[in-house]
Design a protein around this ligand. Sequence first.
Ligand SMILES: C[S@@+](CC[C@H](N)C(=O)[O-])C[C@H]1O[C@@H](n2cnc3c(N)ncnc32)[C@H](O)[C@@H]1O
Length: 265
Amino acid sequence: MADNEIKEHVQQRYGQRARQVSQLTLLTPMEAACCADGTAEKGMDKSLGAYSDLYVQGDLEGIPLEAIAASAGCGNPTALAGLKLGERVLDLGSGGGIDCFLAAKQVGPTGYVVGVDMTPDMLALARKNAERLGIGNVEFVEGYIEDVPLPDGHVDVVISNCVVCLSPDKDAVASEAFRVLAPGGRLHISDIMALGPMPQEFRDNPDKWAGCVSGAEEEKDYLAHLQSAGFVDIEIQQEGGPRAKEEGMPDIVSVKVVAFKRKTG
Ligand SMILES: C[S@@+](CC[C@H](N)C(=O)[O-])C[C@H]1O[C@@H](n2cnc3c(N)ncnc32)[C@H](O)[C@@H]1O
């Protein structure tokens, strides 16, 4: 499949998900916060992931239900990033905005969070969620994570939750993350990796791309993207056991990734 076909399909599927969430007016706080499988029962597309049980209940206090319901991550990057007051944060593939809102609480009013996403309906949902939250230090910008519409050295921290695995050009994603980080900046990503090579039949399946399966790469390849972008002190750690597996497919697992941009040179 060509890169643009993959991106178009992924965009179409996540647009559909955003529109589904926007229509979930009957969701109660309990249903939304206990686990996003509740949303699946209400007609959500479960194959795109829905893992709001990754978050600690107390952290979700005040976060709009629609942001929780749209959550489609595979980890909790803001729990790992050690964000400090005043830091500037970029979320690659911000979806309904859940990690941006959690980051915004942590960096406080002197900090700033920007979410970049390519799907207009997701951006609309995220902006609406920001309005509901009445929050002033978050903005959502339309763009590709392979070509981030921000200046060099614009942020201190890059986070991302289950998005890099959706990109057909991970070299571009790594170099863009490196470019927009200020010297001394850091990257904290939750993502999906494969424990073996992904067979071509899966790589040619657009629904498996959108479901965070086909774009999952092996650790050595993931590492190579980050190293060639210039990142140092890279650590990749598996979180939990293999996720649902299909015949002919390697195991896929959730991982957390940390990497740094040197202060100088
Ligand atoms: C699996 S969802 C994760 C959303 C969010 N990070 C979360 O944890 O809920 C993937 C999101 O990434 C966006 N996305 C996927 N590929 C992208 C790309 N190449 N450039 C920009 N956004 C992308 C989709 O539009 C979607 O909103």
